[in-house]
Design a protein around this ligand. Structure first.
Ligand code: NAP
Length: 284
C-alpha cells in the first residue's frame, strides 16, 4: 500500500516510522530539505520531497495523512485535492475536529477526520518515535464514505490503537477536558510558580521540583504553538472547562480555608477513585 504523509514532525514522523516498519511504502512532504533528509536517513520514508509535484508515487497513493499544525490542515487538504487522483483518501491527525471535518469534506469528499491520542512534549522529526501510537485511543469521525472510513479505522487499529467513532462536536468537548484543559493548567501552574517573589523560595522550588512537577506540567510545558492552536480552535469548550475548573479550585480553597479536613480528605478520595475511570481502559 502506498501511503503519503504531509508534515514530517512528531506525529507525521512517528506515523512514517510505524508504517515503514510494517513494510508499507511511504512518501513524505515537508517544507524543509533538512527534514526530508532526516526522514530518509531514519528509514521513515522511501521518498521525501518539498513539493507535491515531485512525488512520483502520487497516482498510486491510497491514503494521505495530513500531519501539519491545526491551522494548516484545511489549506493542505485544498492543495492535495487539486493534485490527488479521485480514489485517494485523505485523513488528518489534528487535535480539534469541529473546525476541520465538515469543511474538509466539503473540499474533498473522501476526507475522514482522525485524532490519535498519543504524543509527547517534544516536537519535530527528531522527536519521532516508533510505536508512539500503540495502546492509545484514537478518534475517527463519521463519514458517508464507508470504504474510506473502514480503511482509516483499520490503519489506526493496525498501529495498536483503540479506535472510537465520535462526532466532531462531542470529540472537541471531550478533549477540552482531558487534553486541552491539562495543557492550560500545566502552563498556568508554571506561571504561578514563577510568581514567587522570595528569591530563596524560588531557588529551592526550582531545585526541588521532581517527578510530581514533571508529570503535572509535561503537557503545559510542551509545544507552545500546539497549546495556542488548541485554545484558538476549540475556544468555547476550553473556556467552559477552564471556568468549571476554576470553580473546583475555589471550592477546594474554601474547604482548606474552613479547615474542613474531613471534606478535603473526601475530595481527595473521590479524585483517587475517579482517576481510574479516565485511565483504565476497557475494550468496549
Ligand atoms: P510538529 O512536531 O511541530 O510537526 C508539525 C509538522 O507540520 C512539521 O513537520 C512541519 O514540517 C509542518 N508544518 C509546520 N508549520 C507548517 C506550515 N505553516 N505549513 C505546512 N506545514 C507546516 O507538531 P506535531 O506535534 O507533530 O503536531 C502535528 C499535528 O498533530 C497537529 O495538528 C496536532 O494537533 C496533532 N497532534 C499532536 C499531538 C501531540 O501531542 N503533539 C497529539 C495528537 C495530535 P516542516 O517544517 O518539515 O514542513
Amino acid at each position: 500500500m502506498q501511503i503519503g504523509i504531509v508534515g514530517l514532525g512528531l506525529i507525521g514522523g512517528s506515523l512514517a516510522l510505524d508504517f515503514s516498519s510494517q513494510g508499507r511504502s511511504v512518501w513524505g512532504l515537508s517544507r524543509s530539505r533538512a527534514t526530508c533528509e532526516m526522514a530518509l536517513s531514519m528509514g521513515a520514508v522511501d521518498t521525501a520531497v518539498t513539493a507535491l509535484e515531485e512525488i512520483p508515487q502520487l497516482v498510486q497513493t491510497e491514503i494521505v495523512f495530513v500531519c501539519t499544525p491545526i491551522a494548516q490542515v484545511l489549506p493542505t487538504v485544498q492543495l492535495l485535492a487539486s493534485h490527488l487522483p479521485a480514489h485517494t483518501i485523505i485523513t488528518d491527525v489534528a487535535s480539534v475536529k469541529g473546525a476541520i471535518v465538515q469543511s474538509a469534506q466539503a473540499i474533498y469528499a473522501r476526507f475522514v477526520g482522525s485524532h490519535p491520542m498519543a504524543g509527547k512534549a517534544e516536537q519535530g522529526i527528531k522527536a519521532a518515535q516508533l510505536g508512539l501510537f500503540a495502546n492509545c485511543p484514537c478518534v475517527v469521525c463519521p463519514s458517508e464514505d464507508v470504504e474510506a472510513l473502514a480503511l482509516v479505522r483499520s490503519l489506526w487499529t493496525g498501529l495498536g490503537m483503540q479506535v472510537y467513532d465520535c462526532d466532531p462536536h462531542t470529540h472537541d468537548q471531550a478533549v477540552a477536558w482531558i487534553s486541552h484543559l491539562p495543557v492550560m493548567l500545566g502552563a498556568s501552574l508554571i506561571h504561578a510558580c514563577q510568581q514567587e517573589c522570595d528569591p530563596k523560595v524560588q531557588y529551592f522550588a526550582q531545585k526541588l521540583a521532581s517527578s510530581g512537577f514533571r508529570d503535572t506540567t509535561r503537557v503545559g510545558g510542551g509545544n507552545p504553538e500546539l497549546g495556542r492552536l488548541m485554545a484558538q480552535f476549540n475556544c468555547e469548550a476550553v473556556l467552559t472547562a477552564l471556568s468549571q475548573y476554576q470553580a473546583q479550585l475555589d471550592h477546594l480553597a474554601q474547604l482548606i480555608n474552613q479547615e474542613n479536613w474531613s471534606a478535603v480528605q473526601n475530595y481527595m478520595e473521590n479524585a483517587q477513585t475517579w482517576r481510574s475511570l479516565f485511565l483504565e481502559k476497557s475494550t468496549h
